[in-house]
Design a protein around this ligand. Structure first.
Ligand SMILES: NC(=O)c1ccc[n+]([C@@H]2O[C@H](COP(=O)([O-])OP(=O)(O)OC[C@H]3O[C@@H](n4cnc5c(N)ncnc54)[C@H](OP(=O)(O)O)[C@@H]3O)[C@@H](O)[C@H]2O)c1
Length: 272
């Protein structure tokens, strides 16, 4: 569901590229929005927390002269993307960053059914819908960049976060296929596959007790955003920030398939 768009700041020069970032009210999405603003993009920022989006918009307008449109939308609700696209009207989008996403820690059999459905809707359905809605104009113009935020979780099944890992496998698969389909059009699709990043994600996913994050020093959202934006602008299909994460993402290929879930389960079991 989306509420009326807020043109939070005055319009900049008409020829500046425009980037739409979902989940821009915090974490990786906010860091990517800041990076894109610093590199001369105007912005459309989407999330549920309009107060946070407006604070980011005001700051970026003051720092870089960025023109920012704020759109409040709960992308975990069916019908949110068509409403969002209607709000956008004929506004050009040169860069689409599908970043909004949530996770849930714990056995699948105990997952709250409504929360599970909302995660599937947000992480997969809204991402696919928004991509489908904005790609045709990019292809017609012969230029565009799409960044889909997946995870290293996309490369393996993930007991104790089974649904979340599966949503990220969907994002990676969709992105790789689209990157191929769009070859030669001037439009590129990049899947960003971070390992654990220090954001509000872990508390939102109730995974504070998981060995994967507890007591660990995590990569910052800013470091992740810098690597992500550079790879997207170069049109790379997959980017995994951090050498250790790259090894972890590709190591399942070297193992018997049946062992992988056991290893992942051990890696992210609760510490107590
Ligand atoms: N942090 C990690 O360890 C990590 C690792 C790999 C991949 N990722 C992925 O990175 C992406 C960003 O996560 P993050 O770490 O930056 O988490 P975060 O700090 O919790 O930020 C999530 C963002 O998504 C927005 N969001 C959540 N639910 C939404 C909804 N229903 N509708 C619209 N927006 C919604 C939030 O804004 P509102 O609450 O204001 O709506 C917020 O801006 C996610 O796709 C996540 O799966 C994260």
């Amino acid at each position: 569901m989306s509420t009326p768009a807020t043109p939070a700041t005055p319009a900049g020069p008409a020829d500046r590229p425009i980037a739409l970032v979902t989940g821009a009210s915090g974490g990786i999405g906010e860091a990517i929005a800041r990076r894109l603003a610093a590199e001369g993009h105007d912005l459309v920022l989407v999330a549920r927390s309009t107060d946070k989006l407006r604070a980011v918009a005001d700051e970026l307008a003051a720092a870089h002269g960025t023109s920012v449109m704020v759109l409040a939308s709960d992308l975990g609700v069916p019908g949110a993307v068509p409403a969002l696209v209607a709000e956008l009207g004929d506004r050009r989008v040169d860069v689409l960053v599908n970043n909004a996403g949530v996770g849930h820690y714990g056995p699948f059999v105990e997952a709250d059914p409504a929360r599970l459905t909302q995660m599937l809707q947000l992480n997969m359905v809204a991402l696919a819908e928004l991509t489908r809605a904005l790609l045709p104009a990019m292809v017609a113009r012969g230029s565009g960049r799409v960044l889909q935020v997946a995870s290293t979780a996309a490369f393996m099944p993930g007991p104790l976060m089974a649904g979340y890992y599966a949503t990220k496998a969907f994002v990676l698969s969709l992105s790789e296929a689209l990157a191929d389909e769009l070859g030669g059009t001037g439009v590129t699709v990049t899947a960003l596959c971070p390992g654990p990043i220090a954001t509000g994600f872990q508390s939102g996913a109730d995974m504070g007790s998981s060995k994967l994050v507890r007591g660990k020093t995590l990569m910052t959202a800013e470091e992740c955003a810098t690597v992500a934006v550079r790879a997207m602008m170069r049109g790379r299909t997959i980017v995994i920030p951090g050498a250790t994460n790259r090894v972890q993402a590709f190591s399942p290929r070297l193992m018997p398939r049946r062992l992988v879930p056991r290893i992942v389960r051990r890696a992210q079991a609760p510490t107590h």
